[in-house]
Design a protein around this ligand. Structure first.
Ligand SMILES: NC(=O)c1ccc[n+]([C@@H]2O[C@H](COP(=O)([O-])OP(=O)(O)OC[C@H]3O[C@@H](n4cnc5c(N)ncnc54)[C@H](OP(=O)(O)O)[C@@H]3O)[C@@H](O)[C@H]2O)c1
Length: 284
C-alpha cells in the first residue's frame, strides 16, 4: 500500500491579511459569515465570531470551521474589522464591552438597523472608522443588495474593504447617511413587497387555470428576468414596459387594470410608510 499522503492545496484567501470579527453571528451575521467563507475572502484562522449562547457557539464553530465563542472582547482584540450584528438595542452595551481594545487602527462595521454612525462613534470614544450597512435577505443566496455609509473618520480604503465584504453576498452601493431610512424602506423591506406581488401573480395564474407550481415558477422567473433586464440593459423600466405593450394587445388591457387598482401609487405609499417607520425606530 502506498502511504504517501495526498495534500489538496487550499487556495489563498482573497484578502489573506485581513482579520474579521462578527460579534452576533445570528441570522444576518451567519449569512455574511457563510458569504465570505464561500468566497474565500479571508483565511479561516482570521475569522472570529461570537454569539450569546455557548451551545450555539459550539455548533457554529463545528458548522463553519472557524473560532466562534461568547467572548466579544477577545474576538474584537484579534480583528482589524469588527462587524456588529446584534440587535440595535444591544449595540451600546456591545461597544462598551469591546471599548478597551478599540483604536483608530480598527474599523467598526455595523449592520444593526437604524443605529447611526455618530452614536457608534460616541460609544467607541475614539476617532475610529465607523461604517453602517443595510443588507437585505436575498443576501442568503448571494443576491442581496447592501447600502453602506461612512462615519466621520472612515477612509476610502476602509470603505472599499467594507464593500468587498458585502459583495460576497450581492451588490453594494455607497450612500449618504441621510438616505439610510429610505434604503430600509425600499431594499430592506422591498423583498416582502415583491413576495406579495409574486404570490398575487401566481394566484392569478391559478385563477386562469394554471397548476400552482407552474404559476409560481412563471411568476417568480418573470420577476427575476424583468429585474435582470433593468439591471443589464440599463434601460428605463418604462421603455422596457413599452416594448412588451403592443397596440391593442393583451398587455395594455392588463396595465389599465393595474392603474385602476392603484398598484403604482400603493407601492410608492408602501415604501414611504416603511421609510417613515424606519425613521421612527431610529429616533427610539
Ligand atoms: N435579518 C435581517 O433581515 C436583517 C437585515 C438587515 C439588518 N439586520 C440587522 O442585523 C442585526 C441582527 O439581526 P438578526 O435578524 O440576524 O438577529 P438574530 O438572528 O437574533 O442575531 C442576533 C445574534 O446576536 C447574538 N447576540 C446577542 N447578544 C449578544 C452578545 N452580548 N454578544 C454576542 N452576540 C450576541 C445572538 O446570539 P445567540 O444566537 O446565541 O442568541 C444572535 O446570534 C440586527 O441589528 C438587525 O437590525 C437584520
Amino acid at each position: 500500500m502506498n502511504d504517501e499522503t495526498i495534500v489538496i492545496p487550499v487556495p489563498a484567501a482573497v484578502m489573506p491579511g485581513l482579520k474579521v470579527a462578527i460579534l452576533g453571528a445570528g441570522k444576518m451575521g451567519g449569512i455574511l459569515l457563510q458569504g465570505f467563507l464561500k468566497n474565500n475572502l479571508v483565511a479561516l484562522e482570521n475569522v472570529f465570531a461570537t454569539v450569546q449562547h455557548p451551545d450555539r457557539a459550539q455548533a457554529l464553530s463545528v458548522q463553519f470551521g472557524v473560532e466562534v465563542t461568547t467572548d466579544n472582547l477577545e474576538a474584537a482584540r484579534q480583528a482589524d474589522v469588527i462587524l456588529l450584528g446584534v440587535k440595535p438595542i444591544q449595540v451600546p452595551d456591545l461597544i462598551a464591552q469591546i471599548k478597551p481594545v478599540l483604536s483608530p487602527r480598527k474599523v467598526l462595521l455595523s449592520f444593526a438597523a437604524s443605529v447611526k454612525t455618530r452614536s457608534i462613534e460616541d460609544c467607541a470614544g475614539c476617532e475610529l472608522g465607523v461604517i453602517r450597512a443595510m443588507p437585505n435577505t436575498p443576501a442568503m443566496i448571494g443576491a442581496g443588495v447592501t447600502a453602506l455609509c461612512g462615519g466621520r473618520f472612515v477612509t476610502q480604503e476602509q470603505m472599499a474593504v467594507a464593500q468587498r465584504i458585502f459583495q460576497t453576498v450581492g451588490r453594494t452601493v455607497v450612500v449618504d447617511e441621510k438616505h439610510m431610512d429610505a434604503v430600509t424602506g425600499l431594499s430592506g423591506s422591498g423583498p416582502a413587497f415583491l413576495y406579495i406581488i409574486i404570490e398575487a401573480l401566481a394566484e392569478a395564474g391559478v385563477n386562469v387555470g394554471l397548476p400552482r407550481d407552474v404559476a409560481t415558477l412563471l411568476a417568480a422567473q418573470t420577476t427575476l428576468g424583468s429585474a435582470r433586464m433593468v439591471l443589464e440593459t440599463g434601460y428605463h423600466p418604462a421603455l422596457l414596459k413599452d416594448a412588451v405593450t403592443t397596440p391593442a394587445g393583451c398587455t395594455v388591457d392588463g396595465i389599465l387594470e393595474l392603474e385602476e387598482g392603484g398598484l403604482r401609487v400603493t407601492l410608492i405609499k408602501a415604501v414611504k410608510r416603511a421609510t417613515q417607520r424606519a425613521r421612527e425606530l431610529a429616533a427610539g
